[in-house]
Design a protein around this ligand. Structure first.
Ligand SMILES: O=P(O)(O)OC[C@H]1O[C@H](O)[C@H](O)[C@@H](O)[C@@H]1O
Length: 544
C-alpha cells in the first residue's frame, strides 16, 4: 500500500474508533479546546473547535496531506507549473494579486502584462466614474450592464453586492441567463444614452453571453443608431480575435490569459465592473487582501494555516465522515451571493470522479455546497440542519462590525444569532431537558411525554466559524482567496484536477443538437422517448 492509502486507512480506523466522539464532552474535558482548535491571522479567526477533531485527527490529516503531496502541489501552482494537466495550462490566478516578486511562466515574467491590463482597466474605470468617458450623445454613464455567465458573472456580481458601502460609481446590473426575461427586465429600466455594456467572456463563445450581447447591441442600435453602438460597449476576454469580430474597438477590450480559470477570474479584467463600482483604489485593496491570504497559505505551517485547516476539516467531513453536503451561511446580507459564487468555485472544481491519472476515485469528492445568509436561513431550512436525518456541517461567516454604526442593535442581534446557531447545533437538547421544559410550562405529564420527542435536538453537529473585523475590500479579497485555497487543498487530498470542467460540456453539445428540434426544423424521432415526448408537449402548447 502507498503512504496515501495507508494514511487514508488510518484515518478511517480513527473515525471508526471515535464514532461516539461527543463535542459536549470534548468541551467539558478540555477548557483549552477553543484555543487549541482555532487559528487567527490578523483580525481573521477560524474556529473549528466545534468539529469532531482532536490532535490525533489533525496529526493523521496532516500526514495524509504530506502523503498526497499538498505542499509540493501548492508550490507547483504558485510557481507556474502546468498543474491543470487535462487542459495543459498553468494555474496562476495568484499572479493577478501579486505585488512583489516576478512570476515566471515558461521562462517569462507574467507580471508586466498583469500590471499593464490593471492600469488600462483603471484608466477606463476612472474615466467612466468621472464622466470623462461618455456615451455617443455625450451623457455620462449612469448604468453599467455586465453580460457574462458562470465565472464571468458570479464573482463580480457577488463582490459588487458585498462592497455596497464602497460603491460610489454608476449603478451595476448583471445579465447572465439566456432566458430573455433577464435582459428584458434589465433593459426596461435603462436609458440607452447613459448605459454601458461590458461583454465578459473568457472564450467569447458562450452561447448565453453571445446571445445576450447580440440583443443588447440590437437594442442600442435601434435606440441610438448603429453608429452609436461602439461608444456603449466594452469587452473582457482571452479571445481578442473573437471580440474584434463582434465589433468592439480594441481600445475597449481588456484581456486576460488561459492560466486564469473562469471561476478564479474576478481578480483579472473580469473584475472591471467591480472597479467601476468601487474605484481602482478599492479594487487594489481587494487584490491586496487576496495577496495577504496567498502569503499566509504559502508560508504558515499546517496547524496555523487557515486554508489548509479549512481544507483538512472539509476533507475529514466529506471523505472520512461521508457527510454529503456543506452549508455556508454568511451572517451578512451583503454576502448573499457568496453561496452561489462558492457553488461554482467548489462544485465545478471538485465535482470530479476520476483522479489526476484518470482512475476512478476511491473516496467521495466535492460535497454539495449550498447556503443563504443568516438570519434568513434560520427561518427556512435550519430545521433540517438541527433535526433532519443527515448531518450537514455548517460554515458560519461573520463580521464583528457592520457598516451602519447607527444600527448597532441590528448587528448585535445578527452576531447573537450566529453564535446561538453554532451553539445549538453543538449542544442540542435531550429528551429529559425537553420534557422538563414542557413540565415547567405547566403541561400535563402525558402531553409533555408525547410532545417532547419532537422537541429533541440531537446536537453534536459540527460547524465552524470564520470571524473578521469588517467586510471591507481587503477582508473580502482575503475571504475569497481563503475559499479558493481550501478548494485547492481538498482537490490535492482527493488527487483530482480542480481546474478543468469537462462536466459542463455534454449538456452544451446536446443543447446545440436540440435547438433545431425545438425550433421545429428537425423532428425529435431520433431522441429518447422522454425527450421526444417533452418536445411534442411543448410544441402542442406553443401552437395552442
Ligand atoms: O467566460 P466564458 O468563457 O463565457 O465562460 C463562462 C462559464 O461557462 C462555462 O461553461 C464554464 O463551465 C464556466 O467555468 C465558465 O465560467
Amino acid at each position: 500500500m502507498s503512504a496515501y492509502e495507508d494514511t487514508l486507512a488510518a484515518l478511517r480506523r480513527h473515525r471508526e474508533e471515535n464514532r461516539d466522539f461527543d463535542l459536549r464532552a470534548a468541551f467539558a474535558a478540555d477548557p483549552e479546546r477553543f484555543s487549541r482548535y482555532s487559528v487567527a491571522s490578523d483580525d481573521m479567526l477560524l474556529d473549528y473547535s466545534k468539529c469532531a477533531v482532536g490532535d490525533e485527527t489533525l496529526r493523521l490529516l496532516t500526514d495524509f496531506a504530506d502523503a498526497a503531496g499538498l505542499a509540493e502541489r501548492r508550490e507547483a501552482m504558485f510557481s507556474g507549473e502546468r498543474i491543470n494537466t487535462t487542459e495543459d495550462r498553468a494555474v496562476l490566478h495568484t499572479a493577478l494579486r501579486n505585488s512583489s516578486t516576478p512570476v515566471m511562466l515558461d521562462g517569462q515574467d507574467v507580471m508586466p502584462d498583469v500590471e499593464a491590463v490593471l492600469s488600462a482597466m483603471s484608466a477606463f474605470a476612472e474615466a467612466v466614474r468621472a464622466g470623462d468617458l461618455t456615451g455617443a450623445t455625450g451623457k455620462r454613464f449612469t448604468d453599467v450592464v455586465n453580460i457574462g455567465i458562470g465565472g464571468s458573472d458570479l464573482g463580480p456580481a457577488m463582490a459588487t453586492l458585498a462592497l455596497a458601502p464602497y460603491h460610489d460609481g454608476p449603478r451595476l446590473h448583471y445579465v447572465s441567463n439566456v432566458d430573455g426575461a433577464h435582459i428584458a427586465d434589465t433593459l426596461k429600466e435603462l436609458d440607452p444614452e447613459t448605459t454601458l455594456f461590458i461583454v465578459a467572456s473568457k472564450t467569447f463563445t458562450t452561447v448565453e453571453t453571445m446571445t445576450n450581447a447580440g440583443t443588447a447591441r440590437t437594442w442600442m442600435a435601434e435606440k441610438l443608431g448603429s453608429g452609436a453602438v461602439g461608444a456603449h460597449f466594452a469587452a473582457v476576454s482571452t479571445a481578442l480575435d473573437k471580440v474584434a469580430a463582434f465589433g468592439i474597438d480594441e481600445t475597449r477590450v481588456f484581456g486576460f490569459w488561459d492560466w486564469v480559470g473562469g471561476r478564479y477570474s474576478l481578480w483579472s479584467a473580469i473584475g472591471l465592473p467591480i472597479m467601476i463600482a468601487v474605484g481602482s483604489e478599492n479594487f487594489r485593496r481587494f487584490l491586496a487582501g487576496a495577496e495577504a491570504m496567498d502569503r499566509h497559505f504559502r508560508e504558515a505551517p499546517a496547524r496555523e494555516n487557515m486554508p489548509v485547516l479549512l481544507g483538512l476539516v472539509g476533507f475529514w467531513h466529506r471523505a472520512v465522515c461521508a457527510y454529503p453536503a456543506r452549508a455556508v451561511i454568511p451572517y451578512d446580507q451583503r454576502l448573499s451571493r457568496l453561496p452561489a459564487y462558492l457553488q461554482q468555485l467548489d462544485m465545478e472544481s471538485n465535482g470530479k470522479r476520476v483522479t489526476l491519472d484518470g482512475d476512478p476515485v476511491a473516496i467521495p469528492t466535492g460535497p454539495l455546497v449550498w447556503g443563504e445568509p443568516g438570519t434568513n436561513g434560520q427561518h427556512a431550512f435550519f430545521q433540517l440542519l438541527h433535526q433532519g436525518t443527515d448531518v450537514i456541517p455548517v460554515e458560519f461567516i461573520l463580521a464583528a462590525n457592520g457598516h451602519e454604526p447607527a444600527l448597532k442593535h441590528h448587528h448585535d442581534l445578527l452576531v447573537a444569532n450566529c453564535l446561538a446557531q453554532s451553539e445549538a447545533l453543538m449542544k442540542g437538547r435531550t429528551l429529559e431537558e425537553a420534557t422538563a421544559q414542557l413540565r415547567a410550562k405547566g403541561m400535563g405529564e402525558a402531553e409533555a411525554r408525547a410532545l417532547a420527542p419532537h422537541r429533541v435536538f440531537p446536537g453534536n453537529r459540527p460547524s465552524l466559524t470564520i470571524v473578521y473585523d469588517k467586510l471591507d475590500p481587503f477582508a473580502l479579497g482575503r475571504l475569497i482567496a481563503l475559499y479558493e485555497h481550501r478548494v485547492f487543498v481538498e482537490a490535492a487530498l482527493f488527487r483530482i484536477n480542480a481546474f478543468d470542467q469537462w462536466g459542463v460540456e455534454l449538456g452544451k453539445e446536446l443543447a446545440t443538437e436540440l435547438l433545431p428540434v425545438v425550433e421545429g426544423k428537425k423532428d425529435a424521432s431520433a431522441r429518447d422517448a422522454s425527450t421526444s415526448g417533452l418536445v411534442a408537449h411543448i410544441r402542442a402548447l406553443r401552437q395552442g
